[in-house]
Ligand binder design. Structure first.
Ligand code: AMP
Length: 547
């Protein structure tokens, strides 16, 4: 027997309609590429996303056609989020930090018809446009008078000239909620990038889940600053969740340095911010020396890579800002787990609580996860046993768009498909998951695994260390031994011996790295993660001590 409830499709257009109707006067504030602050409301986002939808119609785009963006976090990007997806086209957010050849490859693979870009990326567009024949319209996200006369890009339009003359009347179409809404390519550290194609349904369900109290706890009383880019997994879905709850939105544009972020937080009374650890490192680096405080910031979600303990302590204990350590991936829209304490943990000592906060957290309702061994057997949730982390759920990838290989899912005995994340993790009896490594970065020494994240966290707790990357080096007896490559803080000094001594008592003796290598910088990938493959290449001639 079927239920007798209304079968309304879950569509992204319903988010902007809701925000306009019920929170139309709430502000959306952006630092623009031009450097100034732009201020308007959700009602304006709605009006202008109608204009975007009409302008796309004028291009004769079909449902499902891809519209690409190369843009920072800002109001025009937000209008495209709703105007493109709401009208049934697919928003393809491209990561500008990728190599130009990779960007051209991605635009061709997606067969984008339109490309909207911030003026920052004009040189990038000039380098790739001739290699991307599918793109018929190039649109610079600027006023008409900011358009260069001789860009060399045929038919280049300014966004404002293109869309602002359009009618503000537009009726969002109804269609199947499983239709594609947006796409994001994985960073492709090995092989070509892979395209994850989100649906309206997956996006709305993810937006609901993200707003839950034990997840990001978002509400109409929040002022939300997504520092995490809108070009990487839809800024962790925050534009959608913010519209759903009617929160104020604050966009940093291209100014991601500590001073600019801090000023924006204070001026716009930001209560909630989200970003990767490297960004928060810059923010703390700005406020700590001058003894500055946060007057409104309450919570910050930190994810994308492991959050070092020193960062959790600084935010929680010094500034009274709750750190929500989160884990996810492009293939998961991206949220999988988030670390909030359970009631029974509130009476634990600070040290015991810290052990939990360092974990990547508990499953969000909607995501199911398990760890499996080499033969696919499910491993116990005892907080000690490591295994490959598998996930399933309505906002987890089912297959890649135009896949180059076979379907990534692994079927269980009941025929259900699980996505192997490529992460190695433990899960404890309370359901807290902790990532120990990417499977390709696991260090195996004498038959035992060493977690590179643990080794990095210890180094990062040293006052002289800004960044640390632990990698395994071939060893004739132990198979592999860890070494740690570190970047010193400006002006700080520490010797190899001092740093190795710092490990004493903090981890098992056999897990202490065999060596410390001082490097000027750790290579980072397009999404701010450490590129250990590149680090290994730069240390190709390195020899472990004593060999
Ligand atoms: P991406 O798809 O580029 O967002 O990368 C996803 C990968 O980032 C995950 O599979 C993890 O390896 C890593 N990652 C994300 N969040 C965390 C975290 N909190 N701690 C450790 N690794 C993380």
């Amino acid at each position: 027997m079927l239920g007798l409830m209304q079968n309304q499709p879950l569509l992204i257009s319903s988010l902007i309609e809701f925000a306009q109707r019920h929170h139309g006067d709430v502000e959306v504030v952006s630092r623009r590429v031009e450097g100034d602050i732009h201020r308007y409301t959700w009602a304006d986002v709605s009006r202008r996303s109608h204009q975007v939808a009409n302008a796309l119609k004028g291009f004769g785009l079909d449902m499902g056609d891809r519209v690409a963006t190369l843009a920072w976090n800002g109001y025009r990007h937000l209008e495209l989020y709703f105007g493109v997806s709401g009208s049934g086209r697919v928003l393809h957010t491209v990561n500008p930090r990728l190599h130009p050849d990779q960007i051209a490859w991605i635009l061709n693979h997606a067969q984008d018809k339109v490309m909207c870009f911030d003026m920052t990326f004009l040189p990038l567009i000039q380098a790739v446009h001739a290699k991307c024949p599918s793109v018929k319209h190039w649109i610079a996200l600027c006023d008409a008078d900011k358009l260069p006369a001789d860009s060399g890009i045929p038919g280049l339009l300014s966004y404002e000239a293109w869309m602002s003359s359009q009618s503000t009347d537009f009726e969002w179409p109804d269609f199947d909620e499983n239709s594609a809404s947006s796409m994001c390519y994985t960073s492709g550290t090995t092989g070509n990038p892979k395209a994850v194609l989100y649906s309206h349904r997956s996006t709305i369900l993810h937006a609901y889940a993200a707003a839950l109290p034990d997840v990001m706890c978002l509400s109409a009383r929040d002022s939300i600053l997504p520092v995490v880019p809108m070009f990487h997994v839809n800024a962790w879905g925050l534009p959608y969740s913010a519209a759903m709850v009617g929160a104020k939105m604050v966009f940093p544009g291209p100014a991601l340095d500590g001073k600019s972020i801090y000023e924006l937080m204070e001026n716009e009374r930001v209560t909630f911010a989200a970003g990767v650890p490297t960004i928060w490192q810059m923010l703390l680096g700005h406020i700590q020396p001058d003894g500055l405080r946060f007057s409104t910031l309450k919570r910050t979600v930190i994810g994308g890579s492991a959050c070092p303990p020193a960062m959790i302590t600084a935010f929680n204990d010094i500034y009274g800002v709750e750190v929500l350590h989160a884990w996810g991936m492009t293939e998961m829209s991206p949220l999988g787990t988030l670390c909030t304490l359970k009631n029974k943990h509130l009476t634990l000592s600070k040290e015991e609580q810290m052990k939990i906060r360092l974990k990547q957290g508990r499953c969000i309702f909607g995501v199911d996860m398990k760890i499996v061994g080499d033969n696919g057997e499910e491993l116990p949730h005892d907080g000690k046993t490591y295994g490959d982390l598998y996930v399933r759920g309505p906002w987890v990838v089912d297959d890649y768009y135009k896949p180059e290989g076979s379907n990534p899912l692994v079927k269980d005995a009941r025929g259900r498909g699980w996505f192997p994340t490529g992460d190695v993790a433990t899960i404890d009896a309370d359901g807290y998951m902790q990532i120990t490594d990417r499977s390709k970065d696991v260090i195996k020494s004498g038959g035992e695994w060493i977690s590179s994240i643990d080794i990095e966290n210890i180094a990062m707790a040293h006052p002289a260390i800004a960044m640390a990357a632990c990698i395994g080096m071939k060893h004739p007896k132990w198979d592999e031994r860890p070494i740690v490559a570190v970047v010193k803080k400006p002006g700080a000094e520490v010797s190899r011996e001092e740093l190795l001594a710092f490990y004493e008592g903090k981890t098992a003796k056999w897990q202490i790295p065999d060596d410390v290598v001082f490097v000027p910088a750790i290579p980072l990938g397009a999404t701010g993660k450490m590129l250990k493959t590149k680090l290994r290449e730069t240390l190709a001639d390195y020899q472990l001590p004593g060999l």
